[in-house]
Design a protein around this ligand. Structure first.
Ligand code: GLT
Ligand code: MN
Ligand code: MN
Length: 402
């Protein structure tokens, strides 16, 4: 394996104002930079990356931490002695390179045993094994300091709709999460759960397909305060939804526990593209929301390099994700400091303040006033909202001419 950090990085601007820094809180899954380019039509194109080497290289690029599935770090079927050796070396690498593990998760989708799902599989033995594997993986995450534990329901769904009663599937999912919340409490771990929705792929339909579905489900759990969301850009776009609005709803409900940043070209298979490589305007508004509304968790990239790339291309990809986030962050500041834009926004949001008094909640007096008021709706309907101008100014900020 070549040690790319001993060579100059491809990016000559690596030390400019957009260069990633620890305080930016950028994190990557071991499976993201470690993605070997296999797809349903073609084999691996890149060699495996050693987790210790990954920690070192990501630290060198300015990342803050790494995340993993149990099997990304400790290969499936390792002996206990093997596990302990791997964990010890990995911990040492985290210390050596000043990296942390803010999040961990379980692989409940790769092994053939999970072909019908995990917590919602029809086979009780598979459901029981899934709990066992997850408890062991939570122990591993806790040992490495993870504070957030992600649940992506990889194969929790159906191909043959007749195979499962969807209400029973939801009950099984609830029972599993309730069980695991109790496990975390009984162990005294400082861990919260973040559920990650995805509408389909690899199954035809996945249960709890969007941010909204999952948010509603969380409040039916025994410990809703322990459970939040890990929304992913690509996944909401696969469902044709406005990702920023989904994230805003989670954030406003105090449920944005984590986030998976990447990109996607509209509703199609899950592309997990380099962050900001496609939907420039959408991602500008996403970064604006995260930066302005107090999201303080890791900016986690769940994406991978194009299949055409060699190892250098993987690090170009990783650096690109982080730099683009920082570029959006700078554009967000510019937008906030732009006098014309802010003046226009103030004017747009102003309206006739005489009506504010009628919009402060329910009182019997307000009911009387509202019922009796003679609104000049024809005049109200003539208003032009200046959104063309506002949107063009936004585009001009994003494209760098303001
Ligand atoms: C898998 C999936 C992601 C999830 C990961 C966590 S694994 O790569 O496509 O969206 O976040 O299980
Ligand atoms: Mn994805
Ligand atoms: Mn994800």
């Amino acid at each position: 394996m070549t040690d790319l950090l001993n060579k100059p990085l491809a990016n000559e601007a690596a030390s400019d104002q957009y260069a990633p820094k620890k305080e930016d809180k950028f994190t990557f899954g071991l499976w993201t930079v470690g993605n070997r380019g296999r797809d349903p039509f073609g084999d691996f194109v890149r060699p495996a990356l050693d987790p210790v080497y990954t920690v070192k290289t990501l630290a060198g690029l300015g990342a803050y931490g790494v995340t993993f599935h149990d099997d990304d770090l400790v290969p499936f079927g390792s002996s206990l002695a093997e596990r302990d050796r791997i964990v010890k070396e990995f911990k040492q690498a985290l210390d050596d390179y000043g990296m942390i593990v803010p999040m961990a998760t379980t692989n409940l989708f790769f092994h053939p045993v999970f072909k019908d799902g995990a917590f919602t599989a029809v086979d009780p033995a598979v459901r029981a094994y899934s709990l066992q594997k997850t408890m062991r993986a939570i122990d591993l995450g806790a040992e490495l300091g993870a504070k957030t534990y992600v649940f992506w329901g990889g194969r929790e769904g159906v191909d043959a709709e007749a195979s499962k009663d969807p209400t029973i599937a939801l009950k099984r999912m609830r029972e599993a999460l309730n069980f695991l919340c109790r496990y975390v409490k009984d162990q005294g771990y400082d861990i919260k759960f973040a559920m990650e929705p995805k509408p389909n792929e690899p199954r035809s339909d996945t249960y709890l397909p969007t941010v909204g579905h999952m948010l509603a489900f969380i409040y039916t759990l025994d410990y809703p305060e322990m459970v939040g969301l890990n929304p992913e850009v690509a996944h909401e776009n696969m469902a044709g939804l406005n990702f920023t609005h989904g994230v805003a709803q989670a954030l406003e409900a105090g449920k944005l526990f984590h986030i998976d940043l990447n990109d996607q070209k509209g509703p199609r298979y899950d592309q997990d593209l380099r962050f900001g490589s496609e939907s420039i305007k959408n991602n500008f508004f996403l970064v604006k929301l995260l930066e302005e509304k107090g999201y303080s968790g890791p900016r986690h990239f769940d994406a991978h390099a194009y299949r055409t790339e060699d190892e250098q291309g993987v690090w170009d990809f990783a650096l690109g994700c982080m730099r683009t986030y920082n570029m959006f962050k700078e554009k967000v500041k510019r937008f906030a400091a732009d006098k014309e834009i802010q003046g226009l926004l103030a004017e747009i949001n102003g309206g006739d303040q005489t009506f504010q008094g009628l919009l402060n909640g329910y009182t019997p007096e307000t009911v009387q006033k509202l019922k009796g008021y003679d609104f000049n709706i024809d005049q109200l309907a003539t208003r032009g909202y200046q959104y063309e101008k506002l949107d063009q100014l936004t585009i001009e900020v994003i494209l760098g001419v303001r």
